[in-house]
Structures are given as C-alpha cells and as structure tokens.
Design a protein around this ligand. Structure first.
Ligand SMILES: Cc1cc2nc3c(=O)[nH]c(=O)nc-3n(C[C@H](O)[C@H](O)[C@H](O)COP(=O)(O)O)c2cc1C
Length: 324
C-alpha cells in the first residue's frame, strides 16, 4: 500500500527555515522516507519573487519533493500551483495549519480552519489548476472551543484532496503541550482518503505507537529530525523491517554535521552558511558532554575554516563513548 505513489509511510515534516534543499538532500541520502519542502508563500511565488522562486525550485533533486504552498487567495493559488509544477513539484500540499500571526492575519495557514468556505474554495481551485496530487495539512482546530478537525477532514475529502495530514494540536497550542492522538484517530475513522498523523514522534518506536494507536496510514516527523537527519530513514526501516535502530557512532554525527554545513555553503554561500550552521551545531551536539562550552566557542567563530577545525576538535572520538 502506498500513499500517493510514494514508497514510504514516513514523512519529513515541512519546517520553514529547516527543510530547505540542504536538509532534504541530507535526509534523502540516508535512505527512504517522503520529503516535504518548506512552506512557499503564494503571494511571493505568483509574483515570481526570486528568493521564493528559488525556494520552490526542486528540479535538481533526484527524489520526489512534495511542495507546500501557503496563502489565502484561490486565484493566486491557481497561478502558484502551475509554477510549482513547472519547478518540479512531485505533488502539492496546502498549508492550513501554520499558527504564526503574520500568516493567519493574512487569512492563511490555520486561519482557514475558521473559514471552511474559503478553505474549500482553495482546495477546489488548486485541484482544477493542476493534475498533480493535492494534499492538505491542518491542525486539531483553532482552539479548544472550536475543535473541528473531523469536519475539516471530510471537507478536504469532498473537495478531492488525495490525502491529509493532521497535527494533533490547535492553533492556540502552537507547539506546546502534548499532541492529541485521539483526534488523529477520530479523523482517520471519519474519512476514506489516506491520513498522516503528526505530533510528538521522536523515535521510530513512537512512530509505531502512533500507527498502532490511531490506525493512520503514515506518520510525519518534524522537530525530532533537527540534528538527526537519519531519523526518517531509520523510522522507515524500523516500520518496514523491524530493524531496531542502533546508536549512531559519534564519527557519523560529526560527518553528517560537516556534510550539512557543506550543503548549506553550496546553496547559500559560505557567509550565510556559517551563520545558519550555529543553530545546527546546537542540535547536533545536544546531549553531548561539554556541548554548552562548545556552543559558546562556536558562536564566536567568524570564518568557515576555523568552524570546521573546532567541529573536528569537539567531535573527537576520544571525547565520547563513540555513540550518540
Ligand atoms: C521551525 C518549524 C517550522 C515549521 N514550519 C512549518 C511549515 O512551513 N509548514 C507546516 O505545515 N508546518 C510547519 N511546522 C510544523 C511541523 O510541520 C509539525 O507539524 C510540528 O512541528 C509538529 O510535529 P513534531 O511534533 O514532529 O515536531 C514547523 C515547525 C517548526 C518547529
């Protein structure tokens, strides 16, 4: 059984500023798993803003990329979806879950859970504008007084969405508290299209727990992949072959971080890559001994050569038990 022709039940979550081309290349290099882009703003894409155009361009990636679009205007969606198609999208995901104020005040993201009429007009228009498969990602509801994920899921199905992804939090929750897996189970129970569950999966075992508990068709993992790009393929392997994930040797962690920085440099240029690498260094060395001291040193580094020397010094195998 495949979801939308894809060969894995496991999805890398769309994360603005994170699931860019460097991260996607890295995640896909470890093995199987489905990959969603960062959200792409249709207002900017339809006016061919060069930066946004570049974000949406996935033509040179040799694995399927689900491109996520965010916006609130059906006509601009129609234009954008055609551009995304030209720029190599494997399929289109519509963001109806983003909680950020700038997005919701623009009648986009999770605002659309309050305006089902507009949400359905968007899905219907997108479906008419493209032959690519269309999916929708949304939340439990706007807040705990207006939980409407089941109704919303049925609307997506009626409008022709191929599959849906539900994050078990409301807009008011943002990312706090515990994701509600019961609402995910209710959504799965209410529709015939495939359902992907999302929220709080941080290990392959937890992905299986969600599949067993909610009966969803697939799982999506976000924050737990920060500093662990291997988690997607590891989860795929665990679910498919029951391969119990082994600890990652510290040498592989170091090599992956260096590879990540190289990808960032190739894509953004060395100066931007150095500044972006600061957040990645924090994630890759999370839970390691003396990580705090290392981070303090790293943020003061002002050239890539030195950055690489310091990373090699910190991740020296003699400093650790060789496993992560
Ligand atoms: C930094 C960051 C950026 C995000 N950007 C997006 C986005 O562009 N589109 C989207 O649908 N969700 C976005 N999300 C939400 C995630 O896709 C996911 O739904 C959420 O993190 C819950 O999953 P998790 O518990 O596995 O992290 C973002 C989350 C984070 C932490």
């Amino acid at each position: 059984m495949t979801i939308n022709g894809l060969d894995s039940k496991v999805f890398l979550a769309p994360m603005a500023g994170i699931t860019d081309k460097p991260m996607r290349r890295l995640v896909s290099s470890f093995g199987k798993g489905n990959i969603v882009s960062e959200m792409v703003a249709i207002n900017a894409l339809s006016f061919k803003n060069p930066k946004t155009y570049r974000i949406a361009d996935v033509r040179d990636e040799n694995y399927p990329v689900i491109v996520q679009l965010v916006g609130g205007n059906p006509e601009l969606f129609a234009d954008s979806v055609k551009l995304a198609e030209e720029l190599g999208a494997y399929s289109i995901d519509i963001n109806m879950g983003c909680p950020v104020k700038k997005i919701v005040s623009n009648k986009s993201g999770s605002y659309l859970m309050k305006d089902i009429k507009l949400a359905s007009a968007i899905i219907t228009t997108v479906k008419k504008a493209t032959t690519l498969p269309v999916s929708v990602k949304f939340r439990k509801g706007w807040d705990n007084n207006s939980v409407n994920a089941v109704e919303f899921a049925k609307m997506c199905e009626d409008c022709g969405a191929e599959y849906i992804t539900i994050h078990g939090r409301t807009r008011s929750d943002f990312y706090s508290g515990v994701a509600d897996w019961d609402i995910i189970a209710s959504v799965k129970d209410a529709v015939k299209i495939k359902v992907i569950g999302n929220g709080d999966i941080d290990t392959p075992q937890k992905a299986k727990e969600m599949l067993d508990y909610t009966k969803v068709d697939g799982v999506m993992i976000g924050r737990a992949t920060l500093g662990k790009p291997w988690l997607i393929s590891q989860t795929h392997e665990f679910l498919e072959n029951n391969t119990v994930p082994l600890n990652i040797p510290i040498g592989i962690v170091k090599d992956t971080l260096l590879r990540h920085i190289k990808e960032l440099s190739d894509y953004y240029g060395e100066k931007s890559a150095l500044s972006l690498s600061r957040k990645y260094v924090c994630w890759y060395c999370k839970n390691l001994r003396d990580a705090r001291k290392f981070r303090e040193t790293y943020v003061r580094i002002d050239n890539m050569e030195q950055a690489i020397i310091e990373i090699n010094k910190f991740f020296n195998e003699e400093n650790f038990d060789k496993e992560y």
